[in-house]
Design a binder for this molecule. Structure first.
Ligand code: ADP
Length: 427
């Protein structure tokens, strides 16, 4: 559809067409069909015979046709135009508009296209497409109908359309960048998961051998070497627990984690975990208290060890991140058809910007290069994995400098339709 069929358009129609173009940009899902629309609008509103868009191609360092208003000239698409010997090239390199009223006698016009198409370029108006003040292409209108001259109004209209087009191209580029970044992130995440799965699997066997032989040797070496053997065994046990953490995460991610369903009392677990950490807390002059409802066992159906790991990781953090003379409290209570377990501390707290991410694998608030505390940033992600395996939820509220509250909620036994000792797959 070219302007030849429309003749001169009224100014209010101009505004309507430009508004329509803006709306098309806002709802654009394909840049190239939008560029085609742009050329048709540019053609109509400047009352030209043809309009086209050329974009700069970095690989070939030239301009290439990306859209033309008149479909009869579609074969021009992707055709290259040299920067040095064309009007479009000049507009692109100077980033300035150019109007040539008598194109037939102007040496700046690139004649090759006319020859190929059997076309006569009589007048040209070309404006740059600018993104961040740099030219990325050119919008051209060719042959003012009725062979009159292009006016300042024509140029203003073409510049408005070019500004809208640049915006559309910018949006499309940003969208493409986001998609590429997301694909890269997914790829890196998969590589990270593969690495965790392979490393934890491959380390398990040699470590088992080290532990087995070290334990045997400790029995056989004399008193003098027994302490050294103890150091080896303790360090190997620490490595074993890291490998178990990595493997728990890998299994959850691959959907291979399973829980063995058995009844256990959350009240008893809170008492036990509090007992286990009380001495460690006291050594740091931290007061650790616990609170469970009297006469209510708060029965959960699930795998006790896994929930124990979740609660222990949270309590361990509370003790680590609380300064001497602070307090840590553990509380379990019934809330509707759920059991809620709270761990509150008066510690250093977590900056608001980090709260969302502390349950992610390997995430630590302090940089691992400068941090004072040990750990691999896995404790909370394991806690979340274990809680989610039990159809539960976990969250944190915290204020920097004041303290933190971690809470997880698990379905209470009576509310779940489970048969005893059932084994089911997670996820
Ligand atoms: P790590 O084992 O390295 O501590 P976690 O996954 O257990 O890893 O915790 C992630 C990070 O969340 C910690 O490194 C710490 O910065 C922050 N964090 C966790 N619990 C607390 C807490 N109770 N108080 C302050 N910061 C905490």
């Amino acid at each position: 559809m070219s302007s030849e069929k429309f003749g001169v358009t009224h100014p209010s129609q101009h505004l309507k067409r430009i508004l329509e173009l803006s709306r098309n940009i806002a709802s654009m899902d394909d840049l190239y069909s939008l560029l085609n629309k742009v050329t048709v609008v540019a053609c109509d509103l400047t009352n030209s015979q043809e309009a086209s868009i050329l974009l700069y191609d970095r690989t070939s360092s030239d301009l290439r046709f990306q859209a033309v208003a008149d479909h009869k000239r579609q074969k021009l698409l992707k055709t290259s135009i040299p920067l040095e010997t064309s009007v479009a090239g000049r507009v692109f390199t100077t980033a300035m508009p150019l109007v040539i009223q008598d194109a037939e006698n102007d040496p700046r016009v690139f004649r090759e296209i006319d020859r190929r198409l059997g076309f006569r370029t009589l007048s040209i108006m070309a404006v740059p497409l600018l993104v961040d003040q740099a030219a990325i292409g050119v919008l051209e209108a060719i042959n003012k109908n009725d062979e009159s001259n292009y006016t300042e109004d024509d140029l203003a209209i073409l510049e408005i359309i070019a500004a809208q087009t640049s915006l559309a191209i910018r949006i499309a580029n940003l969208e493409r960048n986001i998609q590429e970044s997301n694909a890269n992130i997914r790829n890196l995440d998969r590589m990270k998961s593969d690495f965790i799965a392979i490393a934890s699997h491959e380390l398990r066997t040699p470590l088992g051998l080290i532990l087995g032989h070290a334990t045997f040797l400790k029995e056989t070496v004399g008193e003098g070497l027994s302490d050294q053997m103890e150091v080896i065994i303790r360090s190997a046990m620490r490595l074993k627990s890291i490998i178990e953490d990595l493997s728990a995460i890998a299994q959850k991610e691959e959907g291979l984690a399973r829980i063995r369903s058995n009844e256990f009392s959350m009240s008893a677990m809170v008492e036990e975990v509090a007992g286990r950490f009380r001495e460690i807390a006291a050594a740091k002059k931290i007061h650790l208290s616990h609170d469970v409802p009297e006469g209510d066992t708060l029965t959960i159906d699930g795998e006790r060890e896994k929930i124990d790991v979740a609660l222990s990781n949270i309590v361990q953090n509370a003790v680590i991140f609380t300064d001497p003379n602070g307090q840590v409290g553990i509380k379990a209570e019934r809330a509707g058809d759920k059991v809620k377990v709270f761990v509150v501390d008066t510690g250093i707290g977590i900056p608001a910007a980090d709260i969302e991410r502390i349950f992610d694998r390997f995430y630590q608030v302090e940089s691992h290069l400068t941090r004072k505390h040990g750990g691999m940033g896995l404790g909370l992600s394991i806690a979340r994995a274990m809680v989610e395996l039990h159809d539960g939820e976990i969250w944190c509220e915290s204020r920097e400098g004041t303290g933190s509250l971690f809470c997880f909620a698990l379905p209470i036994k009576s509310s779940r339709d489970m048969t005893a000792a059932r084994v089911f797959t997670a996820d």
